[in-house]
Ligand binder design. Structure first.
Ligand SMILES: *[C@@H]1O[C@H](CO)[C@@H](O)[C@H](O)[C@H]1NC(C)=O
Ligand SMILES: *[C@@H]1O[C@H](CO)[C@@H](O)[C@H](O)[C@H]1NC(C)=O
Ligand SMILES: *[C@@H]1O[C@H](CO)[C@@H](O)[C@H](O)[C@H]1NC(C)=O
Length: 358
């Protein structure tokens, strides 16, 4: 344990996989999901051409699994991801003793493209593009509640448990919107409809801006303040379909994105559009010099992002038997108790029961 917290995870008896999370005082690492269900973790501050993959984690997915969205739980040393081929949500725990990959959500999922973890209230938000839904899940028990029953073509989401907002992109061309609500799904508001073909969303926690990608033929990375002011074109990679930006993550002074259909991992400083780093060493080539990787989700693992803050639900889950979901911070109390689908909230507004409410 010299510079990195290295935790081992046994996948097969023949080799070992690890999750590497940076220490509190270290700079972020970037995790990239590959279609073949591996996660590559690398240090973006290394010179681009020579970046080495610090860890390649082999995940057990379905046959030809297609990992898509990814988030992390720093305190528990967990990675969460969705697979849009087998339509499941997984967690991988690797604390050096316990080493397990678990299905935390399955059944009644069609295209879970978005995933975001509220590390303060321990809730996982999942969006499904085909079912037009946003769910909130307890990642430990797998309890699921339909938070928003109809969000037209929802693509991706982000949470900011520090300020209490959930953000999402949804729709396509004339229906495309960037929206927010409180973490209990209330207080919905359109941030902007100045989008065309949004695909992936990332929140810059420091500057309170949202970044998103617009795919071919729009081919842009744009950003906006969370209050809806100051829409900016951050990056214009050219019109060719090869350059289309797909998945994006923001971290401190930099943005990183996956360029499809050539599937490259690129990065640059937020304020400097001239110098772009291509992380070539992540690319693997096979026969006829064809690139083998199909990069999907990308995530900055920044320990500074998931700082400990007091829970709006106190230390007793707000007295709620199941979900405690933060609402407007100025409300009393600043949360609502909520029940998994199929259960009802009793008269005390705290307890969920299988019984019908009278
Ligand atoms: C990458 O490393 C090799 C050998 O260590 C070195 O020769 C080369 O100049 C480096 N490339 C860059 C772009 O720094
Ligand atoms: C971008 O921001 C960084 C950090 O704030 C600063 O050091 C750098 O000079 C800026 N670059 C440009 C091109 O403005
Ligand atoms: C439960 O919530 C309802 C609706 O907000 C409210 O009218 C009622 O007084 C609450 N009951 C208790 C016991 O707090």
């Amino acid at each position: 344990m010299s510079t990195l917290l290295i935790i081992l995870w046994m996948f097969l008896p023949f080799y070992t996989d690890c999750i590497v999370f940076p220490r509190q005082d270290e700079s972020p690492l970037i995790a990239v999901l590959d279609f073949r269900t591996t996660i590559d973790i690398f240090d973006p501050s290394d010179d681009g051409g020579n970046t080495t993959v610090i860890e390649e984690i082999h995940l057990r997915g379905g046959i030809g699994g297609a990992s898509c969205a990814i988030d992390f739980n720093y305190r528990e040393n967990l990675i969460y991801w969705t697979d849009i081929f087998v339509d499941k949500v997984y967690s991988l725990k690797a604390d050096g003793v316990d080493q397990e990959q678990k299905v935390i959500l399955e059944g009644d999922l069609s295209s879970p493209e978005g995933l975001a973890y509220d590390w303060i209230h321990n809730n996982l938000y999942v969006s499904d593009w085909r079912q037009h839904k946003i769910w909130v899940i307890n990642p430990e028990t797998g309890a699921r509640k339909t938070l928003l029953p109809y969000v037209h073509e929802v693509r991706d989401l982000e949470v900011d448990p520090g300020t209490g907002w959930l953000y999402w992109i949804a729709g396509w061309e004339e229906t495309a919107v960037l929206m927010r609500s409180t973490l209990d799904g209330q207080n919905q508001m359109v941030i902007t409809s100045d989008l065309e073909r949004p695909m992936s969303l990332s929140l810059d926690y420091d500057e309170q801006r949202l970044y998103w990608t617009e795919v071919y033929p729009v081919n842009l990375i744009k950003s906006i303040r969370v209050d809806g002011e100051d829409v900016t074109i951050v990056h214009r990679p050219g019109r060719h379909y090869d350059f289309t930006p797909k998945y994006i993550t923001v971290s401190r002074d930099s943005i990183y994105w996956i360029q499809g259909f050539k599937y490259r991992v690129l990065g640059r400083e937020k304020n400097n559009s001239r110098e772009i780093t291509r992380y070539r060493n992540l690319e693997k080539y096979g026969q006829w010099n064809m690139q083998k990787n199909i990069f999907m989700g990308i995530l900055a693992i920044d320990p500074r992002k998931q700082t400990e803050s007091p829970s709006l639900c106190g230390d007793n889950n707000g007295g709620c038997s199941h979900f405690c979901l933060p609402t407007l911070i100025q409300s009393t109390p600043p949360y609502n108790c909520a029940c998994p689908d199929g259960m009802n909230l009793m008269d005390d507004n705290k307890t969920c029961s299988d019984e019908a409410q009278n």
